[in-house]
Unconditional design. Structure first.
Length: 470
């Protein structure tokens, strides 16, 4: 008997559409993925101190390795049409570390080579976790309190960078730029309107529409850089270790490994969402293979000097919207994506996206990550234990973000790094509180007295909050 979900799909996983339709569906995947990845190399590259040719090369490598990772996953990993792309968690960490580097006395050139090794090591750890079938144990560290706090702290850490970029601080002098601020406001409004009011497919490419509108407006405002068409050739293999020979920094390694483990939840969420969309149960081995291939993708990201990768859970939304789950269009898309990464003019074109436009669309996109953090909180009972864990994490992490660099000058380098990084210190504190100092097994719930219930009813949001998926 056929699965009910199969009858709702135009093409199941194992069915191949006609050649013409396969090409159209592949182009849909390509547009959808580019809309979600095009601006990341621009903002990350600028934060890491790259010039426009450097940003163009980063965009080229991102497209190539993203396409290659997606192809390997659909052929040998979880074997589902879920694209691999620059992880929001990863690029957030890259930007955060770039903002902290000057205070730690670390040149951005050294930070870039540190990140190469950090992402590579994180990939090796994920390969070992997937090969050892320890996915469940690794994920158990990241309870809703931890993941929610991580996403909220990352949003707080990045908010200053986003706002400075949207206001054009430093574009002309040291202050804000009115033209840049107006452009950013229009882009944010466009992306919000399309995301909330557009049709299903239009909403899925809201970022691409925002980039296009912002780019057009930036030209008369004098805020659009020219396209550096003077590239070396029409076809070029990506340069490996483009940021230099990898260098070791213990703080970067710790941050990268924890980030790599944290984004495993994205992989699990992506597979679960696709299971519901196609109506098929994915075997446990597919999860393990998916983790191994995501680890391999991060190894490629480290070698290729790009942001770490993760399966996009939006892939299930794309399949649900188009009702096409066939692997063949996805395989063609992945090949097309990798080929685009071998054509330098494509990277040159993407590097000319106006910087404030990039910050504006990422600001709106990051609202989703903050929303995921709030949803994680709402899945908790928010009893006294949860309140103290979340409260201490957010207050300590945010407080660390506000410390001036000179306040930690006399401390060891590793301590300066951990305490000066509010995102990392908050995340590690939350894990310790959740699993070591305040473990749930020592705080079994007890019937509350009427006085206790009255005193906590106004603050226990978990019972009265809106119903949201975790």
């Amino acid at each position: 008997m056929s699965n009910p979900a199969d009858r709702q799909l135009l093409y199941d996983l194992h069915e191949n559409p006609p050649a013409g339709r396969t090409l159209v569906y592949a182009l849909q995947w390509l547009i959808f993925t580019l809309a979600n990845t095009a601006v990341v190399p621009l903002v990350v590259g600028r934060a890491l101190g790259l010039d426009q040719p450097g940003v163009a090369a980063l965009a080229q490598r991102t497209l190539f390795f993203s396409g290659l990772a997606s192809l390997l996953q659909v052929l040998f990993g979880h074997r589902l049409p879920v694209m691999e792309g620059p992880s929001g968690m990863w690029w957030g960490v890259f930007i955060t570390l770039a903002s902290l580097a000057p205070g730690l006395g670390k040149p951005l050139a050294v930070l870039r080579s540190d990140l190469e090794l950090g992402v590579l090591v994180a990939g090796v750890v994920l390969v070992l976790v997937g090969s050892s079938r320890l996915v469940g144990s690794a994920l158990s560290l990241f309870t809703p309190a931890v993941t929610g706090s991580v996403l909220i702290l990352l949003g707080l850490q990045l908010s200053g960078t986003f706002v400075r970029g949207m206001l054009g601080v430093g574009v002309e002098g040291s202050g804000a730029n009115l033209r840049t601020a107006l452009l950013s406001a229009v882009v944010v409004a466009v992306v919000l309107w399309v995301s909330l009011k557009g049709r299903p497919f239009t909403r899925s490419v809201a970022v691409l529409i925002g980039i296009g509108v912002g780019w057009l407006l930036a030209i008369p405002l004098g805020l659009a850089p020219g396209v550096p068409w003077s590239v070396s050739g029409v076809f070029e293999l990506p340069r490996l270790f483009a940021w230099g020979t990898p260098t070791f920094d213990a703080g970067i390694i710790i941050t990268s490994v924890v980030t790599g483990l944290l984004v495993l939840s994205n992989l699990v969420a992506s597979i679960l969402a696709m299971e519901k969309t196609v109506g098929r149960k994915v075997p446990r081995q597919a999860y393990d293979r998916g983790v191994v291939l995501t680890g391999a993708a991060d190894i490629m990201a480290g070698v290729g000097a790009t942001v770490g990768f993760v399966p996009f859970s939006a892939g299930a939304a794309m399949v649900g919207m188009t009702r096409v789950a066939s692997r063949m269009p996805f395989i063609l898309f992945a090949v097309m994506m990798a080929v685009l990464g071998l054509i330098p003019p494509v990277g040159a074109f993407l590097s000319s996206i106006p910087v404030p436009v990039g910050y504006s669309v990422l600001m709106v996109s990051f609202c989703q990550m903050v929303g995921f953090g709030l949803r994680d909180y709402l899945s908790l009972p928010l009893d006294n234990r949860d309140v103290y864990i979340i409260g201490l994490t957010l207050l300590m992490g945010t407080g660390a973000m506000m410390l001036p660099a000179r306040a930690l000058a006399g401390m060891p380098v590793l301590a300066r790094y951990l305490l000066g990084n509010g995102f990392l210190s908050g995340m590690l504190l939350c894990i310790l509180l959740e699993h070591v100092f305040l473990p749930a097994k020592f705080f079994a719930s007890k019937p509350a007295s009427s006085d206790d219930a009255a005193s906590t009813s106004s603050t226990t949001l978990g019972e009265k909050g809106p119903g949201m998926d975790g």
